[in-house]
Design a protein around this ligand. Structure first.
Ligand code: ADP
Ligand code: MG
Length: 695
């Protein structure tokens, strides 16, 4: 049997029905495909413990002992069997809710118990444990580690549970012993002291002991991460061979703005990233850079200064924002900053009128407009530039990759790309999502900011919060009140918002309130936002449309209703709306009284830290990379079979370095020695659109 080509249907224990399910659920066609479905955990069946050693729920354990007594409780459907299991030192309760009538328990006969303890009424017990008469336990059962495989509900319904997969995979054991071709270079294997591929795949499914299993997994993880990094970095190197617009001049626009209009000294971090970007702009290669900086770190100013550099060299810039409000705000901020200069700025969004659009088009084509600010409307629009040299994409995670690629075709040659994100993403995720971008980080906030104080209350304490809001408003500050909006239930949420708004109007009859939500017309949103920005209204009641980027430095309180319904990075973004002035600001998280452990943890993290990177890490640990904000829309371009972005950070760094070392000497893998790598890369399944030429 050739495990690479054999149809899985004809393997022992499969058949056409199961093969069908394996294909649909796991994409498995051949034995090798199934062998690439690695176990997600192992249970050490060679270890036995005593009852008094149990200290944890949810880990499988094995105990030898006897049943000293059993009885049934309840009748009919509620009937359950309760037994006392003792290991000679102490005893523990066993419970069965189902199949009670079929249960045949033997008293005072040695059993091997296998199961997961659960805590009930502050005591541990076992629900539905597996019991095997000790006399019937085969040596094989208690030898080494037992692998557990992920299955889907459809698979389990067809009897394809973890145990069944184990049996099928067992059928490939002899085949595997004959070995598999190597997929990494021997140099690399030696340098990083890796297990051979053949041994790794064998040992990951049939591990003799824990150290061997760990080494096997290490090798497979390394390989997985290595090839992803090799792919991303090769893309980067390839693009860096693209000629880019050359912008060597730091001229009048930049200098006069810097000298006369800059409202404050740049932070050192801002200066540093501008230097990094400037070096790219004059390098002659096309720039593809990610600018990461926590909320409020001053990315807008960096974007503007870069646009001025482009203008000095005769190139236009477009700045793209994910929402209309944000685009408008950028327009306002940037035109304010530029009011004493002769730099021309245009705004293009979905609600730009036809008439205005026409004159804007003309001004762009003639090169009269230096900076175009807009939403994704500027992608769809038949905008043409005279000389688009730089694209700046704000809050990048809001845009899909496909959208970004459209920017490309506005020009004969790809412009420089600067992607900005305020959602601090963990380093591992950055290296995977943006592994083909150079990264600049603003790791410093402008001086004089006081960290926002975060407090967590239950909704029962609303009155206290209202009083607090009042105090702050009396001091001349403004307040945001945010309600969650979840797509599936928009109507109900809008109702919540409306009720909340009315309640607040009643609470604060002498104040003026604005309201903003996603269903409003753009003009109306803008109007409401303006009233708040100008200080005409004291309270802004809103849904998460304000989450990203909004800047009203006089606002000092952010109240988040039903905070339990927000993810960590969303909460952090919202909190970033305050603390932008010199005054002490507050973020108040209001939740239900009853909270899940997860939610409580999220609230605790928010209260404990303002550090966006720590929050992003915590989010990754709590939710896993697939659910992280930012990955939902743009999608992780690779599915990881064995490595984890949450826990394999160090290995990812190593693998990236290994890939970089190879590409540094041979950027396009043209060297004959690197043929294997090239072959393997061709096999790599990239699930996203080809990121190749995008950014
Ligand atoms: P973000 O990085 O979240 O986009 P913004 O660009 O909106 O942050 O900047 C947040 C606030 O900080 C703005 O009010 C801006 O004017 C101010 N700011 C930016 N840079 C500096 C600086 N170097 N010193 C003082 N304030 C600054
Ligand atoms: Mg911003």
């Amino acid at each position: 049997m050739d495990i690479f080509t054999q149809d899985i249907t004809y393997c022992k224990g499969v058949g056409s029905r199961r093969a069908d399910i394996l294909r649909k659920e796991l994409g498995v066609n051949t034995p090798f495909d199934l062998l690439s479905h690695y176990p997600y955990k192992y249970i050490d069946r060679s270890r036995f413990i005593y009852i008094h050693e149990i200290n944890d729920e949810d880990t499988f354990v094995q105990i030898k002992g006897v049943i000293s007594e059993y009885h049934t409780v309840g009748v009919g459907k509620a009937q359950r069997m309760v037994a006392t299991f003792t290991d000679g030192h102490s005893s523990i309760e066993l419970v069965w809710f189902r199949g009670v009538q079929y249960l045949k328990l033997q008293l005072n006969t040695p059993y091997l118990l296998f199961g997961k303890p659960s805590a009930f009424n502050h005591q541990f017990n076992f629900v539905h444990p597996e019991l095997t008469l000790l006399s019937k336990v085969t040596p094989e059962l208690t030898q080494g580690l037992e692998p557990y495989y992920n299955t889907t509900e459809k698979m389990r319904n067809a009897g394809l549970n973890s145990k069944a997969l184990r049996t099928i995979i067992f059928g490939f054991k002899d085949e595997l012993k004959q070995g598999l071709p190597e997929t990494l270079d021997m140099d690399l294997i030696h340098q990083y002291q890796l297990m051979s591929r053949a041994q790794a795949i064998y040992s990951v499914h049939f591990p003799p002991d824990t150290p061997t299993m760990q080494r096997a997994r290490h090798r497979l993880k390394f390989e997985e991460l290595f090839y992803i990094q090799l792919h991303l970095l090769r893309q980067m190197k390839k693009r860096e061979q693209n000629p880019g617009y050359i912008m060597p001049i730091v001229g009048h626009f930049f200098h006069s703005f810097y000298r006369d209009s800059l409202p404050f000294e740049l932070t050192n971090a801002q200066k540093r990233v501008i230097k990094e970007i400037q070096a790219d702009l004059k390098s002659g290669k096309q720039m593809n850079r990610l600018l990461q900086g926590d909320v409020g770190s001053g990315k807008t100013l960096v974007a503007l200064l870069c646009a001025l550099l482009a203008a000095d060299n005769g190139y236009q810039t477009c700045i793209m924002a994910p929402t209309e409000i944000l685009a408008q705000q950028h327009m306002q901020t940037i035109s304010d900053l530029l009011k004493d200069t002769d730099v021309q700025v245009g705004l293009l969004t979905g609600s730009t009128t036809r008439k205005h659009r026409e004159s804007l088009h003309a001004a762009l084509r003639s090169g009269q407009v230096h900076i175009l600010i807009g939403t994704h409307a500027l992608l769809e629009d038949e905008v043409q530039f005279a000389n688009l040299g730089l694209c700046i994409i704000d809050e990048q995670h809001r845009f899909g990759v496909a959208q970004r690629s459209k920017l490309w075709y506005k020009n004969e040659r790809p412009p420089h790309i600067l992607v900005m994100t305020a959602t601090p993403i963990p380093r591992t995720l950055a290296m995977t999502l943006y592994g083909d971008l150079r990264v600049s980080v603003i790791d410093e906030l402008p001086p004089g900011r006081k960290p926002v104080q975060t407090l967590h209350y239950t909704l029962r304490r609303s009155q206290t919060i209202y009083q607090f809001m009042q105090q702050q408003i009396e001091k001349g500050h403004q307040v945001y009140v945010v309600y969650p909006l979840i797509k599936e239930n928009e109507k109900l949420d809008l109702q919540d918002l409306q009720n909340g708004f009315e309640e607040l109007c009643r609470q604060f009859p002498t104040y003026r309130l604005s309201m903003i939500h996603g269903q409003m017309k753009a003009a109306e949103k803008e109007e409401q936002m303006k009233r708040f920005q100008s200080g005409e209204t004291q309270i802004l009641v809103a849904t998460t449309v304000i989450e990203v980027g909004v800047n009203v430095p006089n606002a000092s309180v952010m109240v988040i209703m039903n905070a339990e319904r927000f993810g960590l990075s969303q909460l952090h973004q919202l909190r970033g709306r305050v603390g932008r002035g010199a005054e002490q600001s507050y973020c108040i998280l209001l939740t239900r009284v009853e909270l899940s452990a997860d939610t409580r943890q999220r609230m605790d993290i928010m209260v404990a830290t303002n550090d966006g990177f720590r929050i992003a890490e915590a989010d990754l640990q709590l939710r896993g990379p697939g659910d992280l904000e930012g990955t939902q829309q743009s999608g992780l371009p690779f599915d990881l079979k064995i490595a984890s972005l949450a826990t394999d950070g160090a290995l990812l760094e190593t693998a990236r370095k290994a890939a970089m070392d190879i590409l540094d000497s041979d950027p396009l893998l043209e060297n004959e020695n690197h043929r294997l790598y090239k072959q393997q890369l061709n096999l790599l399944r990239v699930t996203a659109v080809n990121w190749g030429d995008i950014s």
